[in-house]
Design a protein. Structure first.
Ligand SMILES: *[C@@H]1O[C@H](CO)[C@@H](O)[C@H](O)[C@H]1NC(C)=O
Ligand SMILES: *[C@@H]1O[C@H](CO)[C@@H](O)[C@H](O)[C@H]1NC(C)=O
Ligand SMILES: *[C@@H]1O[C@H](CO)[C@@H](O)[C@H](O)[C@H]1NC(C)=O
Ligand SMILES: CC(=O)N[C@H]1CO[C@H](CO)[C@@H](O)[C@@H]1O
Length: 343
């Protein structure tokens, strides 16, 4: 009797404990236009994945879950954006996938765009991967083609290492993490140094960075302004303070984590795709000239990394920088869709 009573008390405690954790929910109604400091309009309806993380904080990840625009092929493509990008930046490639029969899921990672901007948060690629796993599990998706760009490529690589049974095919598109920046000699700064540079971001600073890194040697097109302004409204928006701090922490994550040494254990078909003239190296701006000269040579290190992954293909898009999905959309879509449909 005593034992039964104890079990009953234990069960009651367990129920209380579990119900104290806000459950994972998907919110699809009454999503505000200005969501978490981003009043930029997305092309498809936005949903929110709400979950508890890190000291019981209630966090939201904004995402778009879009049905194919022709006969479904039964496949799901999940796209993860980079720093200075949002889920919406994938729109032209998303349309190509929708037209090929894919269900497309575009996510905003925590700390970015329309998702929460927690100021007390340990940003790790493992944690960001876990958040994405939570979202996919909650909406019943357990088999994906995962496409990550830049910072989102680093997340995608980590996600594929942690949850290989979910990732059928992996596309790493100008993915950070193929190079180990601090290991290459980039000085490691305090987050306050990065925060100060984040606070200086405005139209001019962002455009200058994007011209030099995303479209090096290419003319500035009016359509590129759209993507600068998408960021400008967040940097000047209702959560500017939280956003700049999250972005500083996010840069810290890139500088403190590595993934390249683990990539040889990837087993799924993997596409490593770059813009041939991509010059991006995180921290290059504050590195000594000798280090600056040594980093960001994607045409050298990216094929070498691809060669360490058993099931990989390497593609370099000529004449393009860090964002070929924007600067050479048709070729990019052809390369990625061509690869996913033949591997
Ligand atoms: C992609 O989104 C941008 C910004 O919302 C928009 O200006 C552009 O027309 C969209 N492109 C396509 C192909 O829908
Ligand atoms: C969006 O927010 C920015 C920054 O606060 C503001 O300048 C702009 O007018 C807002 N746009 C809309 C359509 O609300
Ligand atoms: C490459 O991937 C395919 C498809 O998943 C698989 O059948 C094959 O065994 C893999 N090859 C290697 C070398 O891992
Ligand atoms: C952390 C944060 O401020 N999250 C907000 C994101 O937007 C939703 C919807 O407006 C709010 O409920 C959250 O508080």
């Amino acid at each position: 009797m005593k034992v039964l009573q104890n079990i009953f008390v234990l069960a009651l405690q367990l129920v209380t404990f579990v119900s104290a954790i806000p459950s994972e929910t998907i919110i699809t109604k009454d999503i505000p236009f200005d969501l978490n400091g981003s009043n930029f309009t997305y092309q498809w309806p936005v949903s929110i994945y709400q979950f508890a993380s890190q000291n019981g904080q209630t966090l939201q990840m904004a995402f778009m879950d879009i049905k194919p625009t022709c006969a479904p092929n039964g496949e799901t493509a999940v796209f993860v954006h980079g720093k200075n990008f949002c889920s919406q930046t994938w729109n032209a490639t998303a349309i190509a996938f929708l037209e090929a029969g894919y269900r497309v899921i575009l996510v905003d990672q925590v700390g970015f765009c329309k998702s929460s901007k927690p100021t007390s948060y340990q940003f790790t690629f493992q944690g960001l991967s876990r958040n994405l796993l939570g979202l996919l599990t909650t909406i019943g998706v357990n088999d994906v083609t995962l496409i990550g760009h830049s910072f989102g490529g680093f997340t995608a690589a980590r996600f594929a290492l942690l949850y290989p049974w979910i990732v059928k095919k992996l596309v790493l598109s100008d993915a950070l993490g193929l190079e180990n920046y601090v290991g290459e000699g980039i000085p490691y700064p305090d987050t306050d140094y990065v925060l100060a540079t984040e606070r200086q971001n405005n139209y001019g600073a962002l455009r200058g960075y994007e011209q030099a890194n995303y479209y090096p040697g290419l003319p500035w097109l009016p359509s590129y302004d759209t993507w600068v302004n998408m960021l400008v409204v967040i940097y000047g928006g209702s959560m500017a303070k939280e956003y700049t701090w999250c972005q500083a922490l996010i840069t810290d994550t890139v500088l403190t984590e590595t993934v390249v040494y683990e990539l040889p254990t990837l087993k799924m078909p993997t596409l490593i795709l770059i813009g041939a003239n991509d010059p991006v190296a995180i921290g290059k701006a504050w590195a000594p000239a000798a280090v600056q000269a040594q980093v960001g040579h994607w045409s050298t290190f990216a094929p070498a990394v691809a060669a360490t992954i058993p099931n990989s293909t390497f593609v370099s898009i000529p004449g393009q920088g860090h964002a070929p999905q924007i600067s050479d959309t048709l070729v990019y879509n052809q390369e990625v869709l061509g690869w996913v449909t033949t591997h």
